[in-house]
Design a protein around this ligand. Structure first.
Ligand SMILES: Nc1ncnc2c1ncn2[C@@H]1O[C@H](COP(=O)(O)OP(=O)(O)OP(=O)(O)O)[C@@H](O)[C@H]1O
Ligand SMILES: [Mg+2]
Length: 454
């Protein structure tokens, strides 16, 4: 319940105010007679809001405000004077008061002011907590060589105005990379606009991208700015670009070539100032091969490519990621932080996360938090589909062919050696006793292994 403290040197007035506030605002109330009592009461009772008379003998309202400031007390204070002297009220606001009221104002109005102040407090706290979460969520976690290289590439490419293409499996962190590019780019304060063509009906894609003039098509009742305009000097993130319908691809290509955009149904073209970042989990070369993606558009986009490695190629990141998700999830659930046992972590590190990579890991951790009653998450809490899919400790158990098992084992050996050597191909080839780095590259190609990023 909300506790409001009323401070006045005249006890009868304070009591009357408190009584009215309780009746009209349904607040819990208490009174302090004079400034000295007020400072004590605030320290002892931590009220949610203070209504404070400025004119009091001895310790006056200003003294109270100063005392609160000195102690770093964070309670909102609404002040009033009995004299109608607004200059003094304004001075008080400068000294830290959240607002002022006139002693003669109807109580309903005072209650509304208190509500407004409290609501503002609540919103401020919420924004702060959301910001904190965003900051945490928008940075790539992990300390594997692959992630370190990825961070380096991001830092190098972020200031460059040319288009950037991010490639990576589903849930591997492409959007995080795009946000980091924006954060480290020339205009981090400018908007970051994300457009996912897969999530839009084909008929809307172009109008979302380029905007439209009123009457451009049936249903276009008002002029609308498109994503290119909305992104202004910031970043336009074209997510799942592989899903863009061919006609829209043609228009997009023209916009990228001319660096000007025209709204549908419009005849005035506007300069494109946004940094274009595209992402895909498809192999766009393949898509070009089967005629679903324009080659000329691919050439426009793939001058700078960032490859986000799948989680199974950087297993050493799993513990740090799992721990960060664990912290966030327990915080969100409002429970004490749990711990993942070594055995459970082993299973998470051995799993290949092929379906949804980091997102899949986060979901698994959330399910494990819920299924573990105690403080420790053990192997028995690891989701069954993960346990069942783990590579067999005794080869052949899961009925895979000898050939498949051997390839998987080889893959693991090569990845481990690469990680040990920071993905330095020559050094790794030496460690493995191969003839030269070309032999290793050949093996990597056969195993479908790519360097973390180009
Ligand atoms: N390196 C990382 N550190 C911390 N969180 C990560 C990391 N990579 C991915 N995530 C988290 O995993 C989730 C999936 O990441 P993101 O949305 O960036 O992937 P994506 O490649 O865009 O996926 P999709 O292909 O499904 O669009 C997000 O919640 C993201 O915060
Ligand atoms: Mg994404």
């Amino acid at each position: 319940m909300t506790l409001v403290l009323v401070v006045d040197d005249v006890a009868a007035l304070a009591e009357q105010y408190a009584y009215d506030l309780k009746r009209l605002g349904d607040y819990q109330t208490m009174v302090a007679i004079g400034g000295e009592q007020a400072v004590d009461a605030i320290a002892r009772e931590a009220p949610d809001c203070v209504v404070l008379d400025l004119e009091m003998p001895g310790v006056d309202g200003f003294d109270v405000l100063r005392a609160l400031e000195r102690r770093g007390a964070d309670v909102p204070v609404i002040v009033y004077t009995g004299t109608g002297n607004f200059d003094r009220c304004i001075q008080a606001v400068r000294a830290g008061a959240a607002g002022f009221i006139d002693k003669n104002e109807p109580m309903e109005r005072v209650v509304r002011d208190i509500q407004t102040v409290l609501e503002r407090r609540r919103l401020e706290a919420e924004v702060k907590s959301l910001r904190r979460r965003l900051d945490v969520e928008s940075s790539l976690l992990g300390d594997s060589e692959a992630i370190r290289k990825l961070r380096e590439t991001i830092a190098k490419l972020a200031p460059i105005p040319s288009p950037i293409l991010i490639m990576g499996e589903s849930g591997s962190g492409k959007e995080l990379v795009a946000r980091d590019l924006h954060r480290l780019g020339a205009n981090p304060k400018a908007p970051f606009v994300a457009l996912n063509s897969a999530a839009l009906p084909e008929s809307l894609v172009e109008s979302e991208l380029f905007g439209h003039e009123r009457g451009a098509f049936t249903g276009a009742t008002a002029t609308r700015r498109g994503a290119f305009e909305a992104a202004e000097h910031g970043t336009l993130f074209l997510d799942e670009i592989g899903e863009l319908p061919l006609p829209a691809q043609a228009k997009l290509l023209r916009v990228l070539e001319e660096r000007r955009v025209t709204r549908l149904g419009g005849n005035r073209s506007l300069p494109v100032e946004a940094h274009i970042v595209a992402a895909t989990n498809r192999d766009l070369e393949d898509e070009v091969g089967v005629g679903r993606f324009r080659q000329d558009l691919l050439f426009r986009l793939n001058v700078h490519v960032i490859r986000v490695p799948p989680l199974r190629d950087r297993r050493s990141d799993v513990p740090a990621l799992a721990d960060a998700f664990l912290t966030g999830i327990c915080e969100r659930f409002g429970i004490r932080k749990k711990r993942i046992s070594g055995d459970a972590l082993d299973s998470l590190m051995a799993y290949d996360w092929a379906r949804n990579n980091v997102r899949e890991l986060r979901n698994a951790v959330e399910r494990m938090v819920i299924s573990a009653d105690g403080d420790v998450i053990g192997p028995e809490h690891v989701p069954s589909e993960i346990v069942e899919a783990l590579p067999p400790k005794a080869p052949g158990r899961d009925g895979r062919s000898y050939q498949a098992l051997r390839t998987e084992a080889e893959r693991q050996i090569v990845i481990a050696a690469l990680e040990r050597n920071g993905w330095h191909v020559t050094r790794t080839a030496e460690e493995l006793g191969l003839a030269d780095h070309a032999s290793l590259l050949k093996i990597m190609r056969r195993l479908g292994l790519q360097r973390p990023s180009s």
